[in-house]
Design a protein around this ligand. Structure first.
Ligand code: IMP
Ligand code: MG
Length: 336
């Protein structure tokens, strides 16, 4: 990855990667019997919950001195002192498992064990405080690129830098909706200057590959002779920012600078100047901390990538998320 602007971000990037893969350390090469077990381990790793895979067999029935039947729970979670058996398998197996569970509870009354189907275990994680706002959303997340703590630390640094650079002036922060909501809210509270805030909303023309953008919400403030700091969530191709900058420059501000939380530089088509950058991100679609995928995931407190297999239908599988109806083709209302 290339260097970050304006200063010293490499450390943060590597740390983000290390923090997002805690499982590497705890279990480097476990062979799981079932895909759902691997997924469960992945989710546990994701939240830094320690686990052991099939660490203990409980004898359930003896013939003479020989163990005739035993039960080996899938996981043990030491921090919760809890054994977990996943029951996402066939119904026939589940019935037999429940019989074993009853036996186990009789023979080992002090052992804490839970049978979990998929929904149950997502709820369990949420209950123990390991979940982002919605337990359903975690199924869709691939990896956390930037943690909440890293975001907060970097935004504080940016705020301090802006405070220093604009000393004696009162900048007008111009945010680009809607992805900038979290970043703007945090950044403005880290700038110790008198400042004003305004927002614009911009959209690319649907189906237009030229990158043309259209203003959905204009500024409320007059920008003439003002020091403008454009605040962006992410700069990807640079088309949006490029249009916005020409628009602003045409209105004769005293100065214009850009503060972008994320820089997806690998995809840049238009060379736009970025004065402040939070983090450089790889060429992958990211969500969270204001950024959405089809309007979902904005409320995640971190920046994450999505699982490819969830990008198509994932959001619509969540309770309460309504799939927007597609407009019937060729029936757009035209002014007569
Ligand atoms: P650009 O005009 O290609 O630079 O795109 C900028 C806008 O596209 C951003 O302000 C976002 O709204 C959106 N965008 C680009 N990449 C991502 C991403 O990875 N996640 C979410 N939104 C993105
Ligand atoms: Mg945006």
């Amino acid at each position: 990855m290339a260097e970050q602007r304006p200063s010293g971000g490499d450390e943060q990037k590597n740390e983000a990667r290390a923090e997002s893969e805690p499982g590497r350390a705890s279990a480097p090469a476990v062979r799981f019997a079932h895909e759902s077990e691997a997924e469960f381990a992945r989710i546990l790793d994701f939240y830094g919950v320690a686990w052991k895979y099939e660490p203990r067999s409980f004898p359930l029935r003896w013939e003479e001195d020989r163990v005739a039947e035993a039960f080996t729970p899938d996981f043990y979670l030491p921090d919760l002192d809890l054994y977990v058996e996943l029951t996402t398998l066939k119904q026939g197996l589940v019935t037999d498992k429940h019989r074993k569970l009853r036996l186990l509870k009789e023979i080992y009354p002090d052992v804490r064990i839970k049978f979990l189907n998929k929904r149950d275990y997502l709820r369990l994680l949420a209950k123990y405080g390991y979940g982002p706002p919605s337990a359903e959303a975690i199924q869709a997340i691939d990896r956390v690129l930037i943690t909440e703590a890293q975001l907060q630390r970097r935004v504080s640094e940016l705020g301090a830098q802006v405070t220093k650079d604009y000393k004696g002036r009162a900048p007008l922060l111009v945010g680009v909706l809607r992805g900038v909501a979290c970043f703007m809210a945090d950044l403005m509270r880290r700038v110790s200057l008198p400042l004003a805030v305004d927002f614009m909303a911009i959209s690319s023309y649907e189906g237009d590959k030229s990158g043309a953008v259209r203003i959905l919400k204009d500024l409320d403030e007059n920008v003439e002779e003002r020091d403008i700091l454009v605040v962006e969530d992410i700069v990807d191709t640079g088309m949006t920012l490029n249009t916005l900058l020409s628009y602003l420059h045409a209105r004769h501000p005293a100065s214009v600078r850009v503060c972008a939380l994320l820089d997806k530089r690998a995809r840049r088509l238009v060379d736009v100047p970025l004065d402040y950058v939070g983090f450089e991100v790889p060429d992958e679609f990211v969500v969270g901390y204001g950024l959405d995928y089809r309007q979902v995931y904005r409320n995640l407190p971190f920046i994450a990538t999505l699982r490819k297999d969830w990008m198509e239908d994932g959001p619509w599988q969540m309770p309460g998320i309504v799939r927007p109806k597609k407009a019937p083709r060729g029936k757009k209302k035209r002014p007569k």
